[in-house]
Design a protein around this ligand. Structure first.
Ligand code: 8WW
Length: 158
């Protein structure tokens, strides 16, 4: 019986760079990733995305500037959980990224994204994000370091 849990994942971008954070604790620790996390009960997904971004790197973004660019679903061998990750990007935001207890933020040139220190699936769907194409991907993991199988496709609408 699969338990579907919704998460957010936000990427802030400008012409030259993308903002990633090094996770300092919890799920995905020691990996560079976008900013996000659980959607609380009764919380709207966009509100959760805005909240997590602020909590994790002190950046502010307005809900209407968050574009839903992808959906990633992760399952892990032997676990009932299905992580339903809603991926957003924004090119309009306020503030300067600051380190928090959760994340160490850093701007990366698009040709210097640290895939070797990111989730294995990221190198598979980042090309869609970088080409502004909408995507849907499903990844079935064994542990956290092996993808048993996956599927990914470009979407015409979310
Ligand atoms: N890029 C990426 N992100 C995630 S989880 C993102 C959502 C999240 C969940 C829990 C805490 C904070 C953030 C992944 N899981 C498996 N592969 C993955 N790739």
């Amino acid at each position: 019986m699969i338990l579907n849990k919704v998460y957010t994942l936000v990427f802030l971008r400008n012409e030259q760079q993308i903002l990633l954070g090094l996770k300092k604790r919890g799920f995905g620790v020691n990996k560079w990733n976008g900013f996000g996390g659980k959607v609380e009960p009764k919380e709207e997904i966009l509100d959760a995305a805005v909240r997590e971004l602020k909590e994790e790197c002190c950046m502010s973004v307005r809900k209407h500037n968050l574009k839903n660019i992808g959906n990633l679903q992760f399952t892990f061998e032997g676990e009932a959980l299905m992580m339903d990750v809603r991926v957003f990007s924004a090119t309009s935001f306020v503030g300067d990224p600051e380190e928090t207890e959760e994340m160490l933020p850093k701007w990366f040139d698009y040709d210097k994204i640290p895939f070797e220190d990111m989730w294995l699936d990221d190198k598979l769907w980042f090309p869609y994000l970088l080409k502004d194409k909408l995507f849907y991907g499903r990844f079935h993991y064994q542990g956290y370091d092996k993808i048993l199988n996956y599927t990914i496709q470009e979407l015409n609408s979310m």
